[in-house]
Design a protein around this ligand. Structure first.
Ligand code: GTP
Length: 390
């Protein structure tokens, strides 16, 4: 999605072997921005789309109320100018104009306080309808110069369409503005410039509102994607692609607590590359990095052992498995060690592991301490082995 600029983009594909320049035309960026409303949000999942929608609604709700309050003030000012005789009236008594302004202002303020969008939507439409009628739709039979008043009213849909995040609200607002324009044309005929200019004006109002709204949504989606990327980076170990310590701290305790609550089986293992310092010293840090990446790939594949894995730092890895019977978990760790040893034959790297199966009422921290103690014993017993905590 392209957020900036409204120039159409011309993509030149140059064939390096000839001087032939093929020119491909892409949809103009502004068209993409408008379409951003109507097509699926690319790679965002349903849950992410909902999170983004909630964030947009929370951010724009006060401004939408502000725009409607502004409309109410505008209506009150027009009513005051009418009362002073500076502006011709359009057929409504002064008290009715003032009452409409007050009701709209109150509705806009109330809207800002309502949590449920299904309650906010009818209130918003009612506010737009009242402003539309009292600012720009004279009662049938009344004759009044409309052009400027309709122009004032049409500023509101432009601003509102630019702020709305829900398609339903957007569609209802467009329908309401069209209905008001139709009624105006039906009761009073087209203003000065004729019907073609009138409808061009109405449709341009809507198109500009939608264009601004599309741009805003496209920008929000871009920012949200950047935020997701940052969130992902913050919990991922760049070398192995596994969770890092922050990611482990965010995910593992919650999964552990949930499994304990549901009475499910839980096993943890600490994994540590043997004599890693000497691998680094003998073969260089790049070779050491490849060793860590190989272990990361084996753990990430999860075909050997499913579960939550992380690189806590250095050459220390941790694994949490839920619902894997202890015997299977231990066999999985042995398979992992064998696969690692085979992959690392040229460097003669081996892996030690400390395993702890869950005891009733045990916290994750306590279970990890037992696994760590088992790893320590595995190292002390000569490395290249997995030991289970008693
Ligand atoms: N290549 C590489 N080395 C790292 C990285 N992080 C930590 N290390 C190195 O890992 C080594 C860890 O060494 P030790 O903690 O002494 O452990 P060891 O040599 O594996 O010995 P044992 O665990 O007792 O078998 C240190 O030399 C660190 O410099 C990394 O991201 N890449």
């Amino acid at each position: 999605m392209h957020a900036g600029g409204s120039r159409s983009r011309r993509v030149r594909a140059m064939n390096p072997k000839s001087s032939d320049h093929r020119v491909a035309w892409e949809a103009p960026a502004f068209a993409n921005d408008i379409l951003a409303f109507w097509r699926p949000r690319g790679t965002l999942s349903r849950a992410e789309r909902e999170e983004l929608l909630r964030a947009q609604v929370a951010a724009t709700r006060p401004v939408i109320s502000g725009v409607l309050c502004g409309g109410a003030v505008l209506l009150a000012l027009v009513g005051a100018l009418e009362a002073l005789g500076w502006v011709p009236g359009i057929g409504y008594p002064g008290w009715a104009v003032l009452l409409a302004a007050l009701a709209t202002g109150a509705g806009a303020l109330l809207m800002g306080r309502l949590r449920d969008w299904r309650a906010r939507l009818p209130l918003m439409l009612a506010c737009i309808a009242v402003l539309g009628v009292f600012l720009s739709l004279p009662p049938p039979g009344a004759s009044a110069p409309l052009t400027l008043r309709a122009g004032l009213f049409h500023l509101l849909p432009i601003a509102l369409l630019a702020l709305m995040a829900r398609r339903t609200a957007l569609a209802c607002t467009v329908a309401l503005v069209l209905a008001l324009a139709l009624l105006r044309a039906h009761w009073h005929g087209a203003p000065g410039g004729g019907p073609a200019l009138y409808w061009l004006y109405v449709l341009t109002t809507l198109a500009f509102g939608l264009l601004l709204g599309g741009y805003r949504v496209a920008f929000a989606v871009q920012m949200y994607r950047a935020r997701l990327r940052l969130r992902e980076q913050a919990i991922t170990d760049a070398l192995t692609g596994l969770l890092n310590r922050a990611g482990w701290n965010r995910e593992a305790p919650a999964r552990h607590a949930e499994a304990v609550r549901d009475g499910r089986g839980l096993s943890v293992a600490f994994l540590d590359v043997d004599r890693f310092k000497s691998i680094n010293d003998r073969h260089g840090h790049e070779a050491g990095d490849r060793v860590l990446q190989t272990l990361g790939t084996l753990l990430r594949g999860r075909e050997i052992l499913p579960g939550t894995c992380a690189r806590l730092g250095g050459e220390e890895f941790v694994l949490l498995a839920i619902d894997t019977p202890p015997v299977e978990f231990e066999a999985g760790i042995e398979r992992l060690r064998a696969r690692f040893r085979d992959a690392m034959l040229p460097l003669q790297a081996t892996l030690s592991a400390g395993i702890a199966h869950h005891r009733p009422g045990e916290t994750l921290a306590a279970q990890l301490r037992r696994a760590d103690a088992a790893l320590y014993r595995a190292k002390a017993a000569g490395r290249d082995r997995a030991l289970v905590s008693d």
